[in-house]
Ligand binder design. Sequence first.
Ligand SMILES: CCCCC/C=C/CC(=O)SCCNC(=O)CCNC(=O)[C@H](O)C(C)(C)COP(=O)(O)OP(=O)(O)OC[C@H]1O[C@@H](n2cnc3c(N)ncnc32)[C@H](O)[C@@H]1OP(=O)(O)O
Length: 393
Amino acid sequence: MAGLAGRFARRWCSGLLGSPLQVPALGLHVLGPAMLASQKDFNNAVSQVKLLKEDPGNEVKLKLYALYKQATEGPCNVPKPGMLDFINKTKWDAWNALGSLSKEAARQNYVDLVSRLSASSESPSPEAPAADRKQPESDSLVVTSEDGITTIRLNRPAKKNALTTQMYHDIIAALQAASKDESAITVLTGSGDYYCSGNDLTNFTHLPAGGLEEMARSAAALLRDFVNCFIDFPKPLVAVVNGPAVGISVTILGLFDVVYATDRASFHTPFSHLGQSPEGCSSYTFPKIMGSSKAAEMLLFGKKLTAQEACAQGLVTEVFPDGTFQKEVWARLKAYSKLPPNAMRISKQIIRNREKEKLHAVNAEESSVLRERWQSDECMNAIASFLSRKAKL
Ligand SMILES: CCCCC/C=C/CC(=O)SCCNC(=O)CCNC(=O)[C@H](O)C(C)(C)COP(=O)(O)OP(=O)(O)OC[C@H]1O[C@@H](n2cnc3c(N)ncnc32)[C@H](O)[C@@H]1OP(=O)(O)O
């Protein structure tokens, strides 16, 4: 069996390497004619592929192959190979998946992909920023791609990774980019001793010209967009909870596929203490995950769970000793990231899709209730109290 698999792998690789290489069906650029790559750029890219220092892997080679065919011959125009002709059928599927993409757009996507591959194979950093991704506006978020994993890291350790308004925008952009990049898995984690202390409470102190009402309106709109990105995220989404988690960083865990936590982590949703109400679809996901009374204890009374308790309630997938947490979790994720990405994406779709409509409705309702809450005396007093250092949760 192993011999057969080895022969298959060798044939598969040489089959692809023998052909000019190529983009994801996802992430194809739709560009105006003025921005498209010339034939010369394309020819250069075809030559460049042969000079790549590292083997880009079969997935990428397949993309290169499909884009090359589309760019040179147009939409797939040959009969589908038989079921048992694995290699040619896979190549045909990849080409056929490009549908009616124009030759010019395929050429551009091929050139872009090769340029990303060349840049990453020249990068000296073991955890290089994804070359095709616009980096976040501030240093408070760091996005990297390596080994088939895109990692979105909250990077404000001095403030326990509290989420500023800019960070919400940057996370939205990072998730949108990750949904289209070549990684198989996306991870959210934190720098320093905390995973995240939730919404930065000073966000509420930057009052716009329209006053409190306008602040609440725009925060509710941003919250809704932010949570929608998690609901719609198409690839496996993993939380690597490296320390305590508070507020919205806890509630959105119900929208992740897998949650790994250090035994130092805790999970705290002190909404009533803050005069606020649940968000991140937790009013729906938490009762489903842990039952209504356990969910009520967390969401109404702000009961803080230890990592072990959160795991027993089903909010956390697995807890690791803090000393080996990073090593164990990343080794496991690297192994998972080698699994066929399309199979994982499709399986996630089957698991999640029937819930999506419901989750969007819940998100809309929670955001609208919070819009009112943020204008309440209870909420204003709690935030003033935190800011004046009278209260710590
Ligand atoms: C678009 C808008 C969407 C809004 C969505 C709504 C979400 C709801 C929520 O997320 S509710 C949860 C809000 N979070 C909190 O209430 C946590 C507040 N923080 C604390 O209680 C504590 O800081 C702590 C328990 C997280 C950590 O305590 P510790 O004693 O270990 O550390 P410090 O308090 O000294 O914190 C270090 C500095 O970090 C600042 N900081 C921590 N968390 C926040 C935060 N959420 N908002 C603002 N600032 C925060 C803290 O003030 C310290 O700053 P300093 O060094 O300048 O004093």
